[in-house]
Design a protein around this ligand. Structure first.
Ligand code: FES
Length: 240
């Protein structure tokens, strides 16, 4: 680990929780959006992460209380999904896809560039709290490989040079947009959107990029259509 990284050991002091009565009210409102309140746990955890920067002990406690489940059940969910962080992430969370296609198209080199540039490795946060770095699995954006995520927004067709420029721009506070349109703000803002609070950027950028549309265009040109799905035979003795 470099000098500029926050060490992720169990004795590390965690920042105090920012979950106050207003946040508890928002968490409670989320729980009421679903027929079964516990279905709201994922967005509630995103709100906890937006407020505290990670899944805090207080966040786990409050979610459990609101949903009437145990803290162990909440922890089980929070530790299963890698999007939930157990230690404070940076203001900007950088994910580099190193799954097969991105890796061969330059993802491994991108990760190395980011490690050198930020002085941290996978799972670490810079000591100024500005950036955290994560090696991510396939983002289902292989037609744009190699792909990076910044605060869960796509940066398509990246190169080490573009990635370094991106970090310089974010560090100096210059406006940076995802290659698909939306302005990059912060991990906290993105987490709030994932919790279900809209930021008004929903219509920024295309709904599908050019490489993703190529197949549709080719099929239209060649007049290809998908075969109709076969009807599933009814089980004997089943209802008609
Ligand atoms: S392998 Fe990177 S997006 Fe699919």
């Amino acid at each position: 680990m470099s000098d500029s990284a926050m060490e992720h050991d169990e004795t590390e002091a965690l920042p105090p929780t920012m979950i106050d009565q207003a946040v508890i009210k928002q968490l409670t409102a989320l729980s009421k959006r679903y027929p079964h309140p516990r279905s709201a746990l994922l967005p509630m955890l995103h709100l906890v992460q937006a407020v505290d920067g990670f899944i805090s002990a207080r966040g786990i406690e409050v979610c459990a209380e609101i949903l009437g489940i145990t803290q162990a059940q909440v922890s089980g969910v929070a530790t299963f999904y890698t999007m939930y962080k157990r230690r404070p992430a940076g203001k900007h969370h950088i994910g580099v896809c190193t799954t097969a296609l991105c890796a061969v198209m330059g993802g491994d080199a991108l990760l190395e560039t980011m490690e050198d540039k930020l002085g941290i490795t996978d799972g670490e946060t810079t000591s100024d709290g500005l950036f955290s770095l994560e090696k991510v699995e396939c983002n289902a954006a292989c037609d744009f490989a190699p792909v990076m995520m910044v605060n869960w927004e796509f940066m398509d067709n990246m190169t080490p040079q573009k990635a370094e420029q991106l970090i310089d721009d974010l560090r100096s506070g210059r406006e940076v947009r995802s290659t698909r349109g939306p302005k990059l703000t912060s991990l906290a803002d993105s987490e709030k959107v994932l919790a279900g609070f809209l930021d008004g950027q929903g219509n920024e950028g295309p709904s599908a990029g050019e490489p993703s549309l190529e197949g549709v265009r080719l099929a239209e040109k060649k007049k290809w259509t998908a075969p109709a799905p076969k009807k599933t035979p009814k089980a004997k003795g089943g209802k008609k």
